[in-house]
Design a protein around this ligand. Structure first.
Ligand SMILES: [Zn+2]
Length: 340
């Protein structure tokens, strides 16, 4: 007898790659834009993800502009609380048992009274949303590689100072084609010395060399995306040997034109090479799909079996900064899902 496929929104998993504004519900964006009189471009109101072709600089610029417009609709502590609460609710609905949300507080500082107030408002919102939804949540502070490395150092110091308030990692985002990873090595050294995990973006818009730079210069323990490592078998072996997890975001890759079609995202190549992965939604607001949908892509377009999908979920849990007791519980719940 043919059995029905297990429900992927019930598969317990950790979500390690989700950006702050990018996590917003589309309906919430419409409401906030209306409240503040912000005119939204069609690409943000159409109900389906815009085609962005971010592999050229104009496409990336367009993506950033849409992101900036969406962010400009977050103006008060209440807006921030709503965003985080809804992100947690959406994650719970998709089977997430642990969420690490990524934010550059600098971008929110002008609206929220400065860098430190912005960070405190964000951390309070995360703590509150976690309490209200029961979802374990932590924060990655991400520096912007379009800005000066000194800004990144300031952020790293701040992130370390607030580590006991729920910050677990330090990231680096924005256009990989700008600046060198090496320019940010001091910021990452500060973050690592303060006990934060290093999780910079790499291997998305540029090839394997950007992943190597993240390993060599920033001592990354996780890589945001990292998919372009698939072009270099030696690099894959290195990632696998060191157990460096790639936070792979298939729907994002297709929306941004990194790959043409879902089946082109090299999930199989990474998986077969033994590179641990944590599937993530990146910016569901702009890419139109959330966490469980990423696992659906692995199932539908890459023929991952339920056993393999459970392996992916375990990899996401193991790569998270969750306390051991949370990990043990989630891993047991994954086994239960597979046994169901
Ligand atoms: Zn990202």
């Amino acid at each position: 007898m043919e059995r029905r496929a297990r429900d992927l929104s019930l598969l317990p998993k950790a979500h390690l790659h989700l950006h702050f504004t990018g996590s917003m519900r589309p309906t919430t964006l419409l409401e906030l834009a209306d409240k503040y009189g912000v005119h939204l471009p069609d690409a943000l109101t159409g109900g389906h993800p815009p085609k962005l072709r971010a592999t050229d600089e104009r496409g990336w610029f367009r993506f950033q502009r849409l992101y900036d417009i969406a962010r400009s609709c977050l103006r008060s502590p209440e807006d921030i609380q709503r965003l985080v609460r809804e992100a947690a609710q959406e994650d719970v609905r998709d089977g997430s048992g642990w969420l690490e949300i990524q934010v550059d507080p600098t971008s929110y500082a002008p609206m929220l009274g400065g860098l430190i107030p912005a960070l405190e408002i964000i951390l309070d919102a995360v703590e509150r949303a976690s309490r209200e939804t029961g979802l374990g949540m932590r924060v990655l502070v991400a520096a912007n590689r379009m800005k000066h490395p000194l800004d990144a150092r300031t952020l790293a110091r701040l992130a370390v100072r607030y580590a006991d308030r729920g910050i677990v990692g330090f990231g680096l985002s924005n256009d990989e084609r700008r600046g060198m990873a090496r320019d940010f090595d001091r910021a990452f050294a500060i973050a690592r010395a303060g006990g934060l995990l290093a999780a910079p973006h790499g291997g998305e818009l540029t090839g394997p060399s950007s992943v190597r730079d993240c390993l060599d210069d920033l001592h990354a323990s996780r890589i945001g995306h990292g998919v372009r490592a698939a072009e270099d078998p030696r690099l894959l072996r290195r990632l696998a040997d060191r157990g460096v997890t790639c936070e792979v975001c298939p729907a994002s890759n297709v929306a941004l034109g990194v790959y043409e079609k879902p089946e082109d995202v090299p999930l199989r190549t990474l998986y077969d090479a033994g590179v641990p992965m944590a599937l993530g939604a990146d910016d569901p607001l702009l890419f139109g799909s959330r966490l469980a949908a990423q696992y659906e892509i692995a199932r539908r377009h890459h023929a991952f079996t339920d056993e393999e999908l459970a392996t992916l979920a375990r990899q996401s849990v193991r790569a998270s900064a969750a306390p051991e007791e949370n990990k043990t519980k989630l891993l047991a719940d994954i086994d239960a899902w597979l046994a169901s």
